[in-house]
Write a protein that binds this ligand. Structure first.
Ligand SMILES: Nc1nc2c(c(=O)[nH]1)N[C@H]1C(S)=C(S)[C@@H](COP(=O)(O)OP(=O)(O)OC[C@H]3O[C@@H](n4cnc5c(=O)[nH]c(N)nc54)[C@H](O)[C@@H]3O)O[C@H]1N2
Ligand SMILES: Nc1nc2c(c(=O)[nH]1)N[C@H]1C(S)=C(S)[C@@H](COP(=O)(O)OP(=O)(O)OC[C@H]3O[C@@H](n4cnc5c(=O)[nH]c(N)nc54)[C@H](O)[C@@H]3O)O[C@H]1N2
Ligand code: SF4
Ligand SMILES: [Mo]
Length: 751
């Protein structure tokens, strides 16, 4: 008998609630959960394909262990034993830095990815941490760290209430949003326009999002920092908006900011941006005049040469227009499983470059090193060379620049373990592959995305399908990996949850009860631990975080009417469609953790970067640059194996403007050779005026033509790996983020 079960969708940042139809252990259908407190029934084609993805026959169902050079199916004990033998041996022989850790994007879409990697890193003691952030949003973490003192204090546009939205380098109609969790982002944009609000999109392509907009500006890629600097300068010089006193009193460096931006007049930046000074002045005027407004930038403003400057300027504009931290502007969410707000005041601040990478001398940011530096850290001999690697939910061979080099570097590792459901371009190098179960068999709570959600709410779904025989829950895999990193395996590990999760719970409760400002001060941590409910280690940890969180019951000392008297896991389980916690509220000054206790408008590292931006005014722009794009039915590098999502317009083609096509002798449906720093690719051409002249676009995540992977559908239409055009030398220096957009290319027709 088919039944239904709820599952929060883990396939993009929108976190829609799904109602799955389940027959036995098979998901036969998925629709939007109309009663979900946040997504209200919305679903996209990826969510609708949940069942096909869940039952993809290419998913690994047993661990793989390399024996005699070949990966062979193995049991879990054998797999963990191999890890527990190899990793500690490397650490004892070559030191902690000899093991690197790579964390890929899906870690923010699983509970395991939120709960265990910090423990793994602590156990290994390595500083060689590389994540997808340095291919993505690290510039935003750095700018928030510098402005507000906390790299996670990222304001999100108040999508449902704003009167004016300026979207920069984001295409939420295809991506469904990022660092702005909003199920049905397209519907929310339409609602903004329907209530008389204004949508302005800045993108070198006329995207589906741009087509919804009142105004679309198509600047030259990579020039956003200049455009934003000119907007900020115009606001300061011509509009001088009156700031709400709560905000004005908390600013530090306004005068210095005005001086630092003086040279970025609309006239000065117009040629580099290829937008007229009048258009820039009009936009500044409209932004200043809007009753409420939010400025929001994403991939196209981050993975570019001046990514940190652009990310910083986005919030400078939110501040200068008085829109930071007010309804309708850009606000800081308050997630249910996050910490309770503490009174603001001088904090520890945010520091970059507390250590540097061994070979390239790249500064750390948020304890991470640039992913583009991974290959050289493996290749270059000497003390501290990476010889072992733990890769969790990561496919850097495709997602990071110069995959060919990384491919060769990975092949030379002494030991590599991948936690991945697929044998793909990256995991094929592993000595041990630990596959998580299909998503229907995992519980879900969004630890990461509720911190970026446009509405405070909390939801939790238990596994929709019981864990099938022979599989291990991903939390259990991570817990056993932590133990294996410490050399423990087999009979030495009777209960991984007990051994790994309970110490975390005890430590958190010990800290809480020792805090004189806590209502739980002086209580017995052991007694409190005994009050936790939950069927597993991760559930008990979730219960703890919810109870100690901003809406928590504080074990009886707290109260919140929305959560039925104070949030607990048990109360959340009673509300399977989630609990709405209301619209975002102002949170200043509590979020501030800068040393001054104020918003640092012009932090030193930013001031030191501005001369480089000024020199960009004089540079001659490249004739042709490349940008990426995303397709609604795709997701980075791992969703090309589902027939229901493949094909149609979801193809790896090079978009070329008709003028460029004519100039270069390219034809629609023909082929071209693209060449850049890292090499050449031969790709099919699609002539379209959705890209501006002087810009071509190729999506990422393709290039499934390597031997040894097991992706039968993807391999049939492999596409080309755009990141092979890069050699990894182009970086946003402050954040170590790869420049993936707006780099120069050359094009030639192929017969
Ligand atoms: N040129 C260019 N390159 C880009 C981008 C771009 O815009 N342009 N975007 C960048 C961005 S924003 C990102 S985030 C990165 C993403 O790059 P990565 O972090 O490498 O992530 P994915 O490509 O999504 O690959 C995810 C891996 O996780 C595995 N996986 C899927 N589900 C699970 C799961 O539940 N558990 C585990 N353990 N593994 C799972 C998949 O099989 C796959 O191997 O790519 C970046 N690369
Ligand atoms: N369907 C789908 N959804 C996804 C993903 C996916 O791969 N597919 N990936 C997920 C991930 S990991 C992320 S991080 C998010 C990303 O979410 P978004 O940032 O919304 O993603 P993109 O569609 O890459 O939008 C970036 C836009 O920036 C534009 N752009 C490029 N260069 C520049 C520039 O220099 N200036 C300006 N102003 N614009 C520029 C591009 O043309 C593109 O339209 O999407 C998530 N959602
Ligand atoms: S928008 Fe994102 S979260 Fe919602 S159904 Fe689609 S993939 Fe899933
Ligand atoms: Mo991303």
């Amino acid at each position: 008998m088919p039944r239904t079960a709820l599952r929060i969708c883990p396939l993009c940042e929108a976190t829609c609630g799904l109602t799955l139809t389940v027959d036995g252990a098979t998901v036969t259908g998925a629709r939007g959960d109309r009663e979900d407190v946040f997504s209200r029934g919305f679903i996209c084609p990826k969510g609708a394909a949940f069942g096909a993805l869940d039952s993809d026959p290419d998913r690994l169902r047993t661990p793989l262990v390399r024996r005699g050079g070949r990966l062979r199916e193995a049991g879990w004990d054998e797999a963990f034993e191999a890890v527990a033998t190899a990793l500690p041996a490397l650490v004892s022989e070559y030191g902690a830095q000899s093991v690197g850790v790579v964390l890929g994007n899906p870690n923010v879409h699983t509970m395991a990815g939120a709960l265990y990697p910090p423990l793994l890193l602590r156990t290994l003691g390595t500083r060689n941490l590389f994540t997808a952030s340095t291919l993505d949003q690290m510039p935003k973490h750095v700018s928030s760290g510098l402005l507000f003192g906390d790299p996670f204090a990222i304001p999100v546009p108040d999508l449902d209430r704003t009167g004016f939205l300026l979207l920069i380098g984001a295409n939420p109609v295809e991506s469904n949003g990022s660092l702005c969790t909003a199920p049905d982002f397209p519907g929310r944009l339409k609602a903004l326009r329907a209530r008389g609000g204004t949508l302005v999109v800045v993108d070198p392509r006329r995207t589906r999002t741009a087509r919804l907009a009142d105004r679309h500006l198509a600047p030259r890629p990579g020039s956003d920092a200049l455009l934003l600097a000119a907007l900020a300068r115009t606001l300061l010089a011509d509009h001088r908006p009156t700031l709400p006193p709560e905000l004005a009193d908390r600013l530090h460096g306004l005068r210095e900011l005005r001086e630092a931006l003086a040279r970025f007049t609309p006239e000065a930046v117009a040629p580099a941006c290829d937008i007229t000074a009048a258009e820039i002045r009009d936009l500044a005027r409209d932004l200043a005049a809007a009753p409420t407004a939010a400025v929001y930038g994403r991939i196209g403003s981050c993975t570019v040469e001046y990514g940190t400057l652009a990310s910083w300027l986005v919030d400078v504009l939110n501040i200068l227009t008085g829109n930071l931290d007010r309804p309708g502007g850009a606000l800081f969410p308050l997630p249910a499983a996050g910490p309770r707000p503490r009174p603001g005041g001088p904090g520890r601040g945010f520091t970059l470059g507390r250590w540097h990478s061994r070979v390239g001398g790249h500064p750390e940011a948020k304890s991470e090193l640039p992913l583009v530096a991974l290959a050289e850290e493996i290749e270059t001999p000497g003390e501290g060379r990476i010889r072992g690697l733990v890769a969790i939910a990561a496919n850097p061979v495709l997602s990071s620049p110069d995959g060919r080099r990384l491919d060769a570097a990975l092949a030379g590792l002494d030991f590599m373990v991948s936690v991945d459901p697929y044998l793909n371009e990256t995991s094929r190098h592993a000595h041990v592959v630990l596959p998580p179960p299909p998503p229907a068999q995992s519980a879900h709570h969004d630890f990461a995305f509720n911190g970026f959600a446009v509405r405070n709410q909390v939801r939790y779904t238990r596994p929709a399908v019981p864990l099938q025989e022979g599989l291990l829950d991903e939390c259990e895999i991570h817990a056993r990996l932590v133990l294996a990193a410490a050399g423990l395996h087999g009979p030495a590990v009777p209960d991984a949850a007990e051994a790994v999760d309970e110490p975390v719970i005890r430590a958190a409760l010990a800290k809480e009860t020792a805090d004189p400002d806590s209502p739980l001060h002086g209580q017995d941590p052991g007694r409190l631990a005994g009050l936790l409910t939950g069927a597993s280690g991760p559930e008990r940890r979730l219960d703890l975080m919810l109870r100690l969180g901003p809406y928590g019951d504080l074990f009886g000392a707290g109260h919140d009417a929305r959560a039925g008297g104070g949030l607990t896991l048990a109360r959340l389980l009673d509300r399977p469609h989630g609990i709405d916690l209301g619209p975002l509220q102002p949170r200043l000054p509590d979020v501030l953790k800068t040393r001054s206790g104020r918003i640092e408008l012009l932090p030193d590292p930013i001031a030191a970067e501005l001369p480089r931006l000024r020199s960009a005014l004089a540079e001659r722009p490249a004739a042709l640059v490349l940008v990426g794009r995303r397709h609604l039915r795709s997701n980075n590098s791992w969703m090309h194996n589902v027939p229901a999502l493949a094909g149609g317009s979801n193809r790896c083609t090079l978009h070329v403007h008709p003028q460029d096509a004519e100039r270069l002798g390219l034809t629609d449906g023909g082929r071209a050779r693209v060449t850049a720093d890292g090499g050449s690719l031969d790709v099919p051409v699609e002539v379209t005026d959705t890209v501006r002249a002087g810009v071509v676009s190729l999506p990422h995540g393709w290039g499934h033509d390597r031997d040894g992977a097991r992706l039968s559908v993807a391999a049939a239409s492999p596409g080309a790996n755009v990141n092979q055009l890069l050699d990894g030398s182009r970086l946003d220096p402050l954040s170590g983020t790869a420049v993936l957009n707006g780099f120069p290319v050359e094009l030639a027709p192929l017969p």
